[in-house]
Design a protein around this ligand. Structure first.
Ligand code: URA
Length: 207
């Protein structure tokens, strides 16, 4: 029997995946990494050049910004889980194609189910569209938590967009600052699923 955790076993499967043509073009698949008991799951778009070289998510300029934003709320990347909507780099860093997203989505679903996060932060429109209707505009919904049965989804701009546009950088910082306030009642709700009191009601009214 394998000693791997279910999440690590899934990562091994992803490393050998050939469900779409990107499997033949990649240097490394990038399943994701982080704490297996993470409260927060970050979902980006797709690995870029550096991620493909190293087999790790968000290790280039976007990753450095993500780490800086995490530090604003006293978190390190090792305390969260970070993945992408697709696990292999699209050639020339083009946008992911619908077929590639469809081939990879079962992996994301399994990761969500194994991690069971309290909060899912989507980075950019591709991961946002996994949870929101097709024509949702990220400029309209960023920073607004969407309550699902088992977790809350908080859509944000992609760090690469924030690096290009100072206005989106400000928005991203403000959205990150909301995270501790969103997490607090979710922790409470999960530890006491059947209890509601005046404090909960006030905090849950965030949604
Ligand atoms: N951009 C992403 O969306 N994901 C990465 O892993 C790196 C950059």
């Amino acid at each position: 029997m394998s000693d791997l955790s279910p999440l690590a076993a899934l990562a091994q499967t992803i490393h050998y995946c050939r469900f779409c043509p990107l499997g033949k073009l990649r240097t490394h698949a990038v399943p994701g990494e982080g704490a297996e008991d993470a409260e927060i799951l970050f979902i980006g778009e797709a690995p870029g050049y550096h991620e493909d070289q190293r087999g790790r998510p968000f290790v280039g300029a976007s990753g450095r910004l993500l780490e800086k934003l995490l530090a604003r709320i006293q978190l390190m990347r090792e305390q969260v889980y970070i993945t992408n909507i697709i696990k292999c780099r699209p050639n020339n860093n083009r946008d992911p194609l619908p077929d590639e997203i469809a081939a990879c989505t079962p992996y994301l679903r399994q990761q969500i189910s194994l991690l069971s996060p309290l909060l899912i932060v989507t980075l950019g429109r591709y991961s946002m569209h996994h949870f929101f209707p097709p024509h949702t505009s990220i400029t309209r919904v960023h920073g607004q938590p969407l309550e699902q049965e088992d977790y809350v989804v908080l859509p944000m701009f992609h760090p690469a967009a924030a690096l290009r546009n100072p206005q989106w950088m400000q928005a991203m910082e403000a959205d990150f600052d909301k995270i501790p306030h969103i997490l607090q009642p979710l922790r409470q709700k999960r530890s006491q699923p059947n209890q509601t009191g005046p404090d909960d009601v006030e905090q849950l009214s965030l949604f």
